[in-house]
Write a protein that binds this ligand. Structure first.
Ligand SMILES: Cc1ncc(C[n+]2csc(CCOP(=O)(O)OP(=O)(O)O)c2C)c(N)n1
Length: 659
């Protein structure tokens, strides 16, 4: 009999015992693998926390108690048991469930996450809000208890009288991010009664890196330390004076001699190591943590991809997987040209073979950014800093001061985090750091937390920064090459797409800096594209020729900064209408730069096609592009209407004059 069929909310779990919950975990895994095999998604992280999810939801009382998932990519079991199993097959699809926690979907999703290492910060903030709200109520003479306050007033999603326990689930990968330590630091100082669950699977996307990771590894694997702790726990209870001591005193005493010292020193009670696939052990430790009136860290060990053999064997591949065949675990791939990511990775590795000053830096994304080619060939010059984008950029600055040519490859959305380092530590210091921004534009299924829509804006406003976007994968390699010759900060942004299948450069060619490229010289309308916008302009031009008999000029801008002012002004004077197209936000990007230029120096009307000033949801990229009007049809429709109207008016005027 199916247990899962009878689970519509976390309260249904309360009826099940440890053994039944353990069985439910198996059912959930089968269900999850079935659905994700069809649509793709973050399978391995979600498979790893099924028992933890059941333990948390069966012991805590969500949403009164709050569960915060760091990154949020491991939340599939949480979605399944919080009333979303019937829609689970729609996950990450246009109009369907989000692949991450989403406040609009469920009251159990406390916050919409996607970027790493923030859960403890949210948790400390929420727990302090609970403390303050309770104190204020008491002051106002209203009876209030921290637990079980049910007179919650909800206004616009803000919990006005929050209550309950707060549990943050953070992976060992996410714990490499500096923000997590800033939060631990504050929680330890405030003695915030927060439950942090460290889900240690020794993996980030790839095997985890760093000194803290090595420390956790020792805690996981050293049987003597583990045994010592167990014995010590029993021993404490045998000492007459200690038997009756409070739990927190005992916790502190244990930590003095045994594992978890680091966390104890930071003011956390350390519980561990717990088998993260044993529901009973997990529930016991969560209950124990709920009784400790200061921050607690429960260290659990899990297996990424647990329960599905291909995912256990290749947890990095199954971290985020495209649709796959369940029996083999093989991704269902369509053959096609190499991706921009591959072009970047292969190109940079080749360039590094010719220039030993080139060094490469990733923030835990060596496969996602294509840097694994570099890593394999030049391990000495390759650095994975963990999920630490701010540090990655400041570290690159240090390498540049030391005479190297750092290339920092970070997804557009994640570089947002390091904006201050980019300004202060690189640009202001005039250091030759090259930023390679993958996943620029709309990424599709991962949605608004992962779309790379702001970079053209935030990069262009930095003095001294050269900002480029290629029209195809070959140009991308030449742009990286150009950036490396500049001896100044430079950024190249490119999409999460297959390339156009163009021939790749045999020999890299530097591009003339700040110079655009005329692709087709026509008349009437000037279509200025940047990056993927060039392809849209090209196809719009074809439609205009076929449908309206108009042949616009098409230009590949290549540089948003420095902008090719000379060419744009010259062409503006020779055309009646200017169109700009970019896969980036309309605020402060390429279109804005062209509009500013023309507002000052020309009177030709400009229409910008860009991403509107709104967060774009998740779903198929083409559908999203269609929704926001960033398509060849939208561009050609606009140009056709404007120019044909002008021609008809001119014809009419001509007839009138002739009469
Ligand atoms: C700021 C930021 N940088 C990079 C990422 C990409 N990313 C998503 S999950 C992940 C690894 C997380 O590892 P861990 O926290 O251990 O969770 P696991 O997947 O192993 O369960 C990375 C690097 C991100 N989400 N946010």
């Amino acid at each position: 009999m199916s247990l899962l069929n009878n689970i519509n909310s976390p309260s249904d779990l309360k009826r099940l015992d440890d053994q039944e919950l353990q069985e439910l975990a198996v059912e959930i895994r089968t269900f999850m693998v079935g659905a994700v095999s069809k649509v793709g998604g973050h399978l391995a992280p979600s498979l790893g926390v099924v028992e933890l999810t059941l333990a948390l939801h069966s012991v805590l009382d969500s949403p009164n108690d709050k569960i915060i998932w760091d990154v949020g990519h491991q939340c599939y079991a949480h979605k399944i048991i919080t009333g979303r199993s019937a829609e689970f097959h729609t996950i990450r699809q246009y109009g369907g469930l989000s692949g991450f926690p989403n406040k609009c979907e469920s009251e159990h999703d406390i916050v919409g996450t996607g970027h790493s290492s923030t859960s403890i910060s949210y948790g400390v903030g929420l727990q302090e809000a609970i403390r303050l709200a309770a104190a204020q109520k008491e002051l106002a003479g209203i009876e209030a208890t921290i637990e079980g306050v049910h007179d919650k007033v909800k206004r616009e999603g803000i919990d006005e009288t929050p209550s309950g326990h707060v549990a943050c689930v953070i992976g060992d990968g996410a714990l490499t991010g500096g923000i997590a330590y800033e939060a631990l630091n504050q929680a330890g100082h405030l003695k915030t009664p927060l439950i942090v669950i460290l889900n240690d699977n020794e993996m980030s996307i790839k095997p985890n890196v760093g000194a803290i990771s090595q420390y956790l590894h020792k805690l996981r694997l050293d049987p003597t330390l583990y045994k010592l702790r167990e014995e010590f726990e029993h021993g404490l209870d045998k000492i007459p004076g200690i038997r009756g001591a409070s739990r927190s005193i005992k916790e502190s005493m244990k930590a003095f001699l045994v594992p978890g010292m680091l966390f104890e020193e930071l003011g956390f009670a350390y519980i561990g190591i717990v088998d993260g696939h044993d529901v009973k052990a997990l529930r016991k430790s969560i209950r124990a943590a709920m009784e400790i009136e200061r921050p607690v860290l429960i260290h659990i060990k899990t297996t990424k991809g647990k329960g599905y053999e291909p995912a256990e064997a290749r947890p990095d591949t199954f971290h985020g997987i495209a649709p796959f065949t369940i029996s083999t675990g093989e991704a269902i791939k369509k053959p096609g040209p190499i991706t921009y990511t591959e072009a970047f990775g292969q190109g940079l590795a080749k360039m590094a073979g010719e220039d030993e000053k080139i060094v490469a830096i990733t923030a835990a994304m060596s496969s996602g950014t294509g840097l694994y080619h570099f890593e394999r060939k030049f391990p000495d010059r390759f650095f994975d800093v963990g999920i630490a984008e701010e540090h990655a950029v400041a570290f690159a600055a240090g390498l540049a001061i030391g005479g190297f040519k750092p290339v920092v490859a970070i997804y557009s959305t994640f570089l947002q985090r390091a904006f201050d380092m980019l300004v202060q530590d690189v640009a202001l210091q005039e250091l030759p750091v090259v930023f390679a921004l993958d996943r620029a534009g709309l990424v599709g299924d991962d949605g608004p937390t992962h779309h790379g829509t702001f970079d053209l804006g935030y990069l262009s406003l930095v003095p001294g920064m050269t900002v480029m976007a290629p029209k195809d994968e070959a140009e991308l390699q030449n742009m990286v090459y150009t950036a490396l010759q500049l001896n100044a900060p430079a950024a190249i942004r490119y999409p999460r797409l297959a390339g156009r299948g163009v021939p790749m450069p045999e020999k890299f060619e530097p591009l003339p800096v700040g110079k655009a490229e005329i692709i087709d010289r026509g008349e009437g309308a000037l279509l200025l594209g940047i990056g993927t916008g060039v392809g849209i302009c090209r196809r719009a031009a074809r439609l205009l020729v076929e449908q309206n008999g108009l042949r616009p000029t098409v230009v590949n801008a290549r540089f948003v900064k420095p902008l090719d002012k000379e060419l744009i002004l010259k062409l503006a004077a020779e055309h009646e209408l200017i169109i700009t197209v970019e896969e980036g936000t309309a605020m402060g990007g390429f279109g804005s730069a062209v509009q500013n230029l023309l507002a000052e120096e020309a009177s030709t009307p400009v229409k910008s096609f860009a991403i509107p000033d709104a967060f774009v949801p998740h779903g198929n990229r083409n559908k999203l592009m269609h929704d926001i009007g960033l398509t060849p049809e939208a561009v050609s429709g606009y140009v056709g209407e404007k120019l044909l109207k002008k021609i008809v008016t001119a014809e009419r005027r001509k007839v009138f004059v002739d009469e």
